[in-house]
Design a protein around this ligand. Structure first.
Ligand SMILES: Nc1ncnc2c1ncn2[C@@H]1O[C@H](COP(=O)(O)OP(=O)(O)OP(=O)(O)O)[C@@H](O)[C@H]1O
Ligand SMILES: [Mg+2]
Length: 268
């Protein structure tokens, strides 16, 4: 393990077998991720982004290769890593109010008193700015608020690593910017390591310290960019920064070339 390795993927391959049909989603992924990084994974639909995230989370076994979290092989979901699903409507319990939904993760882990759970739940609800909505049910909240409940449920368990699969794809553009800002604030204040899957190149660059583009399946790492833009980011100025535009150009050139889409991009 190299000195900076916190999460390390070596030769991670995945072949799915669905009704006897074999699909190799991941050809062999090598990645070394530092603690505290915000890494986005982009790539064409069906290239294996969700598969890769589920393997990192210990939810799905790889066909070959290994994931390590601070040196330990990941073979089941580690306690300090939490997976946030894309569909908050599916991950929240409609029959539990906000307080019960957020407390659920803590209750199912065990080892905490009811008073501790209540205190941590209240603190986490405050972190995602949902005070006053504790007694609301998910269906009484907007989509953006429901996604904040899902984030709060993950954060209540005080994870070191958040794995997020297109978490903001079903909310409107303005709500999405608000959620991005909230996530960046939480990432910085809590010192999280975030692995974030998105199909949106702009979202990836705006949020991340690094963007990894997967190729068409069987996927390999097509481009691995360090995003040298200062945090905290500015919702307008960061997106107009000359480096931002250069990263955007390079990522779109990679993705479009991979898809066979003609463009005037200059390859570098
Ligand atoms: N549980 C599964 N069983 C069989 N095949 C699967 C399973 N999950 C994914 N696959 C296959 O693996 C490939 C990669 O799928 P995956 O969902 O990881 O892609 P993705 O990059 O997340 O796509 P999208 O951007 O559309 O979400 C696809 O060909 C898909 O059909
Ligand atoms: Mg997916």
């Amino acid at each position: 393990m190299s000195a900076a390795a916190y999460i390390e993927l070596s030769g991670v391959k995945k072949t799915w077998n669905a009704q006897g049909r074999l699909t190799t989603a991941l050809a062999g992924i090598d990645l070394v991720i530092e603690k505290g990084a915000f890494v986005s994974i982009v790539g064409p639909s069906g290239c294996g982004k969700s598969t890769l995230l589920q393997i990192m989370a210990g939810l799905v076994p790889s066909s070959d290769g290994l994931v390590r979290l601070h040196g330990q092989p990941v073979r089941e979901p580690p306690r300090d890593m939490i997976y946030v699903f894309q569909q908050y409507t599916r991950s929240l319990f409609p029959w539990k109010n906000v307080q019960r939904n957020v407390a659920y993760g803590l209750e199912s882990r065990g080892g905490l008193s009811a008073a501790d759970i209540a205190e941590r739940t209240a603190q986490t609800i405050a972190k995602v700015k949902l005070q006053g909505f504790e007694n609301h049910y998910p269906w009484q909240l907007s989509g953006g608020m429901q996604q904040r409940v899902a984030i709060a449920r993950a954060l209540a368990c005080a994870p070191d690593v958040l794995l997020m699969d297109e978490p903001f794809s079903s909310v409107d553009a303005l709500t999405r910017v608000g959620l991005q800002q909230l996530l960046l604030d939480l990432w910085q204040s809590l010192g999280l390591t975030v692995i974030f899957v998105t199909h949106d190149v702009d979202e990836a660059i705006y949020l991340s310290t690094r963007v990894v583009a997967l190729s068409r399946p069987p996927a390999h790492v097509g481009l691995d960019l360090t995003i040298a833009l200062d945090h905290p980011r500015d919702a307008i100025l960061t997106r107009e920064h000359v480096h931002y535009l250069d990263y955007r150009h390079r990522l779109l050139a990679q993705l479009f070339a991979d898809e066979g889409i003609a463009s005037g991009a200059v390859h570098s």
